[in-house]
Ligand binder design. Sequence first.
Ligand SMILES: Cc1ncc(COP(=O)(O)O)c(C=O)c1O
Length: 379
Amino acid sequence: MLDLRRQYEGIREEVLAAVTRVCDSQSYILGPEVEALEREISTLTGASAAVGCASGTEALWLALVAVGVKPGDSVITTPFSFFASASSIVRAGAKPIFVDIDPDTLNLDAELVMRELSQRTHQETVRAILPVHLYGQCADMDALARISTDFGIAIVEDAAQAIGAKWNGGGAGSLGITAAFSFYPTKNLSAYGDAGIVTTTDLELAEHMRRLRNHGSPQRYYHDEFGWNGRIDAIQAAVLRVKLPHISDWNQQRRQHAATYDRLLAQAGLISPISANSTSPVRALARSPQATHVFHQYVIRADRRDELRKFLAERKIGSEIYYPLPLHLQNVFAYLGLKAGDLPVAEQAAKEVLALPMFPELTEDEIRLVVEGIAGFYS
Ligand SMILES: Cc1ncc(COP(=O)(O)O)c(C=O)c1O
């Protein structure tokens, strides 16, 4: 599914030199490496500022609190994402409102967000919309930006899977007022441990998030509000700075692999484009023309998905299910009162999605092997 060793082999000397540089400096938390990373990520994303923090989850919390989400508020998000997209809302004291996804891209359905907001009861308390750029493709930011303007509601991008992704040429991380990125080791740009960053187009918000990640403290041992320790280590920042100059090439290689999957699956007669009455056992997800996809994952929808996954595993071909249970059906969200059938598009996707091996150093032969495995299953 993912072989990080291949990447490490190419950058080993530089990484070890960067770690040594931090050890020699004896400056381990925040400091010049983190500040340099923050500048470099602002430039990459097109945001005005970036604030390094402990994880993508922490980044989401910082972003939500900074835009003013507080107890009693609600935040609209997708039920088809990693848990942190919703748990961060709860940690900010608010209630998630799950809105179903677009059946073609599996991103938050802007039309349904609009419908949800048009119900007056929600409009009064919804403080933010949190779209997730799922699998590395931006959600419909044209429609969401219009909604944000019309209703005066902030957009917090969950860009954890989307470093380097674009929408109409604008970088993920600069499309809303603030955005969260994860540098978890499996991400397109990954640390050697937990780390994250939050970007923003508002310098005052950046300053607020800098305080929040450091115990809400404008000055050491003086506290005006409750934050806590959400800081990033200098060693993680140094490792990320070694990798950052490669991210554009690595994302391009992912796009090439996606094109190879598309071609080989089509040649094998396995895949059909999105179509309600498709008879093909494997279906592609839609690619928005406005989006520059970074293929954090290459995901298909497959008939008899769980059997296919087992068949591939027996042939030592990795695959993953992102995500097997939508968030509104998780036990921990039972208090919201949603039940099976309430968000049918997400529920159906959870039964069908399968992520295939995807990382920059993957070879065409390996992709061929995966496609042959899938063909073998359906033949
Ligand atoms: C969509 C999404 N949001 C949030 C996160 C949380 O990031 P982290 O694991 O760095 O806390 C992740 C990754 O794990 C993610 O994929």
